[in-house]
Ligand binder design. Structure first.
Ligand SMILES: Cc1cc2nc3c(=O)[nH]c(=O)nc-3n(C[C@H](O)[C@H](O)[C@H](O)COP(=O)(O)OP(=O)(O)OC[C@H]3O[C@@H](n4cnc5c(N)ncnc54)[C@H](O)[C@@H]3O)c2cc1C
Length: 480
């Protein structure tokens, strides 16, 4: 048989179910990637994400070429490109790993339909998650809406099955290559219509594995505390790798559990808490799978305060939030980190999201879209799930009208202000605790420290205490 392995968000060779099956079942194998032109044109994702993806593709192409199996690529409408590749190369079967985003599901349904009409088989595999939505259900077979219940069942399933990690398939070699003209170099970001950037997190499967090894040898052992401190390297920063599949979640869980099994200074709660974050990731994937309507609006029709009316004031506040010019240093540091690097610390993501929705009263969908465009780990399921959580509209949302106090959060999680100073140079000389509320400094202090409020650094664009009271009052009114 002649097969295509259609790479999508699984840009690696190890623990790659579609590639493994193709190498086992086919005499000849063609690895293929398709640049989705309509998606590129839509600019839903931004340059950070696209550059990271290109880095991953370069790495994949290099690894495949080293094995004598070059990566072919095409650019266009994916259904048409896959169908025409299958026709042109006289393919018997197309292999891919499943994607659960509504847009991807529709694309895959169409490809499958067209290939079936041509008599071409399709084989699809679970890959992006340890357990698919149907595998972790309630006792009555319903999708789970509470993370705690989902987590309990996820772990029970893990204990019962311990899904193995597949090695790089031995058949992934030049013996399977089809004599096609050598592929052109992977296009540049510029050629795809995006700004060229060096990804802030190194791209590709090899870098993902290095990062995982470093993390399980060190920071994972202080994760419970470290994950909440944006000034330190306390979390794995593997999210872009999970997003593009340069690391499989199975590999990550096994690596963390292996670190635990080694004993020594290993802390069980730290390791298990980290794996629980991967379970959050799967929880949101299953929410998207089971309730695809979440991409179009709130999951729950709970009465929440209405967002601010469209208009100049709303636009001014939104722009200040995007630019990191709200006058709340922790919010501004986060938004500037995002713009500069394409990544933001999880604790700070929660703070800036709460601030946008509850202090500025701007619809969470605007924040969701902005994050999609800026993040290098931009992922529909995780982004939507977390924004809905922060907006108290999600399956397992932030309870009631809980509103983060940005100053208190800042004092608790960045007590010395080191994170703020890194991203807000105008506050570089301001010591803690003044750095958390620089507008409270006297005029003399502001001048002496080079942080004149209104000149070097903005005054708060809203008063948090007042904004909170307004939000709560609107919440009460909405419930009537
Ligand atoms: C408003 C908002 C938007 C977000 N948007 C995204 C997004 O587009 N893409 C994305 O991958 N994550 C998103 N997250 C979740 C989280 O912030 C990132 O996954 C995390 O910061 C990545 O850092 P890390 O790899 O160091 O995580 P670690 O702390 O090392 O966690 C390990 C892995 O678990 C997963 N994970 C951790 N926290 C979460 C979470 N809350 N929800 C889902 N998965 C999680 C990630 O895959 C992460 O790489 C968002 C969070 C918020 C509050």
């Amino acid at each position: 048989m002649h097969g295509i392995v259609w790479f999508r968000r699984d840009l690696r060779l190890s623990d790659q179910p579609a590639l493994t099956a193709a190498c086992k079942e086919c005499r000849q194998v063609i690895p293929l990637f398709v640049f989705d032109e309509p998606l590129l044109q839509s600019q839903v994702f931004g340059s950070a994400c696209v550059n990271f993806m290109l880095g991953c593709l370069e790495d994949l192409a290099e690894s495949l070429a080293a094995r004598g199996l070059p990566l072919q690529w095409r650019r266009g409408e994916p259904v048409e490109e896959v169908v025409s590749a299958a026709r042109e190369w006289k393919i018997d079967v197309v292999y891919w790993n499943r994607d659960y985003e509504p847009r991807a599901l529709e694309r895959d349904r169409l490809v499958q339909q067209r290939l079936a009409q041509m008599g071409v088989l399709v084989r699809t595999f679970k890959d992006h998650v340890v357990f698919e939505a149907e595998e972790v259900r309630s006792a009555t077979g319903e999708p789970l809406q509470r993370y705690s219940a989902y987590r309990a069942r996820w772990w029970a399933k893990w204990q019962a099955t311990k899904p193995p990690v597949l090695p790089v398939p031995s058949g992934c070699s030049g013996d399977k290559a089809v004599p096609l003209s050598p592929p052109r170099p992977i296009p540049t970001a510029h050629e795809l219509g995006y700004e060229p950037l060096t990804p802030w997190i190194e791209a590709g499967e090899r870098q993902a594995r290095k990062r995982l090894s470093r993390f399980v040898a060190g920071p994972i052992h202080t994760y419970v505390d470290g994950r909440n401190r944006p000034a330190i390297d306390g979390s794995s920063k593997l999210s872009p790798h999970f997003r593009f599949g340069t690391l499989s979640p199975r590999t990550a869980v096994h690596a963390a559990l292996a670190a635990l099994a080694q004993g020594g200074r290993v802390s069980r709660p730290d390791v298990l808490t980290w794996i629980d974050e991967l379970v959050w990731r799967e929880f949101f994937q299953q929410v998207l799978s089971a309730f695809p309507r979440v991409v179009d609006g709130p999951f729950r029709s709970l009465a929440v305060p209405p967002p601010r009316q469209p208009g100049l004031e709303r636009d001014r506040l939104f722009q200040a939030w995007c630019d990191g010019r709200t006058g709340y240093p922790i919010v501004d540091a986060g938004m500037r980190q995002l713009k500069l690097t394409g990544w933001m610390h999880n604790r700070v993501r929660m703070i800036v999201a709460s601030f946008l929705i509850k202090d500025l009263r701007i619809d969470w969908q605007s924040g969701e879209r902005y994050f999609m465009k800026q993040l290098l780990d931009a992922d529909v399921a995780a982004n939507n799930g977390n924004w809905q959580w922060c907006a108290s509209t999600g399956t397992d949302a932030m309870r009631g009208y809980r509103i983060f106090n940005p100053v208190l959060q800042s004092k608790t999680f960045d007590p010395q202000g080191d994170y703020i100073r890194r991203y807000v140079p105008a506050l570089a000389k301001v010591p803690a605790p003044a750095i958390h509320e620089p507008h409270l400094m006297t005029d003399g202090e502001q001048r002496r420290l080079g942080s004149r409020i209104g000149l070097d650094y903005p005054a708060p664009i809203v008063d948090h205490r007042q904004a909170r009271l307004e939000y709560l009052a609107l919440g009460k009114a909405a419930q009537r």
